[in-house]
Design a protein around this ligand. Structure first.
Ligand code: F3S
Length: 413
């Protein structure tokens, strides 16, 4: 594999142990994927920061690199952690979890990371330009970056993302190469998508039924908001392990169907109409009882527009005392919501704005301590993960209006 002089120096250990280890990881990965060279990156987004997902091996790895003087060469931000730093005690989070979590964050910060603690760094100013190469983790952020921003990243893991941040480069394979970014599957959307929730449902369908076979190109959608695209990708990446989609006339690498498919015939063509939409919604609405005790909005982390929508839906209402209603969002967006009055409306109704975290990244002892059994959410991604990752909790799936109705009435209707 071709390496520049600087990359060779790093590999030979002339720029310190952390950079050497980073280059060793880069080269091993590049050889595994037949990369011809490295490509320079401008940023990294590190997942696996939560002690729930990092576990002891990754924590030792990060501490060792920080202790040996590791420094990130590019703008590096952090994904979600296991608790809300401003409300740890208020939410009954465990003191031992906090000690470990702060240790992990201290090591990452020492290496130069910017603490964002969100899965939507693109809503906080980490916004790579079209064609820019980066190394990101977090499946919902990765698919947003490739599809909506037209920047380039593979689905990095914790060691490879840290290696990229320490060396400022990644091996050139996968989504860093233009020839791997074309679609091969077409989904013709024939039913109206009236709200963001509908995009989440479509994303789950597309991931489950198509995206494992190739990059999906959606036809028949002529308009979408930033939140629509965020939820579409989050659901697709969950059910389909995919890192990219196109929407003809909406996303930047799909000005036409021909361009999105690179002038080749699709390998598979599917229709998504009212029947598929209804079937997918019913599939995700797994808990068939009326019981619920936890409402979750903000997966991926809620934007300021979503907080405005939640505040409008909750205005003048009261959350039933049997229910805990959480809206997960980054800390800077809570500050914006406070200025705009949304935060007061939401908290006066009895709901809670929670920063830095989400249920999937909370520790098992904390989830057990909450005593929650049944969750209602507007996120297809959470419907997928919560039953397996949150102590067997069940899920209801509905839009924000339906979640607010359940919050007020104390049951799923
Ligand atoms: Fe973000 Fe957690 Fe959902 S990391 S995408 S809020 S599962």
């Amino acid at each position: 594999m071709f390496l520049t002089d600087e990359q060779k120096f790093m590999l030979e250990g002339k720029m310190g142990y952390p950079a050497q280890l980073g280059m060793e990881i880069n080269v091993a990965l590049g050889e595994a994927f037949d990369a011809e060279k490295m490509v320079r990156i401008t940023g990294a987004h590190l997942g696996g920061i939560s002690i729930r997902s990092a576990e002891s091996a990754i924590m030792r790895f990060v501490h060792e690199l920080a202790d040996k003087g590791g420094k990130f060469k590019v703008f590096t931000t952090t994904n979600i952690i296991c608790g809300d730093l401003n409300q740890w005690d208020k939410l009954g989070m465990l003191p031992d979890d906090r000690i470990q979590q702060e240790g992990m964050m201290e090591a990452i910060t020492r290496m130069g990371a910017t603490i964002m603690n969100t899965c939507t760094p693109y809503n906080l100013g980490h916004v790579p330009r079209f064609g820019e190469h980066v190394a990101w983790m977090e499946s919902s952020a990765i698919i947003y970056l490739n599809s909506v921003l037209g920047a380039c990243t593979n689905r990095e893991g914790q060691p490879s993302a840290i290696a990229a941040a320490l060396t400022g480069c990644v091996p050139e394979y996968g989504f860093h190469l233009k020839e791997n970014r074309h679609g091969s599957i077409v989904i013709n959307v024939t039913c109206p998508l009236k709200e963001t929730f509908d995009f989440s449902t479509l994303g789950y369908f597309a991931g489950r039924d198509a995206a494992r076979k190739g990059i999906v190109v959606f036809a028949g959608i002529d308009w979408a908001t930033n939140d629509d695209l965020k939820h579409l990708g989050a659901a697709m990446a969950t059910s389909g392990c995919t890192a990219m989609y196109h929407i003809v006339g909406v996303t930047p690498e799909a000005p036409t169907l021909e361009a999105a498919l690179n002038s080749t015939a699709p390998e598979l063509e599917l229709e998504y109409g009212e029947k598929e939409k209804k079937e997918t919604e019913e599939f995700l609405n797994r808990d068939k009882t009326t019981n619920l005790d936890w409402i979750q909005i903000g997966c991926p982390h809620a934007s300021i527009q979503e907080l405005e929508q939640v505040a409008a839906a909750l205005k003048g209402k009261k959350v039933n005392p049997k229910i805990s209603m959480w809206i997960n969002t980054p800390q800077p967006i809570i500050m914006m919501a406070e200025r705009l009055g949304y935060a007061d409306t939401i908290t006066e109704a009895g709901a809670i704005l929670v920063a830095d975290t989400c249920p999937i990244n909370m520790t098992i002892p904390y989830l057990q301590k909450t005593g929650f059994h049944s969750v209602a959410t507007n996120s297809a991604k959470q419907c997928f993960y919560i039953p397996g990752m949150c102590c067997g909790m069940t899920t209801h799936y509905g839009n924000i209006e339906k979640l607010v109705d359940a919050a007020v009435n104390g049951e799923w209707r």
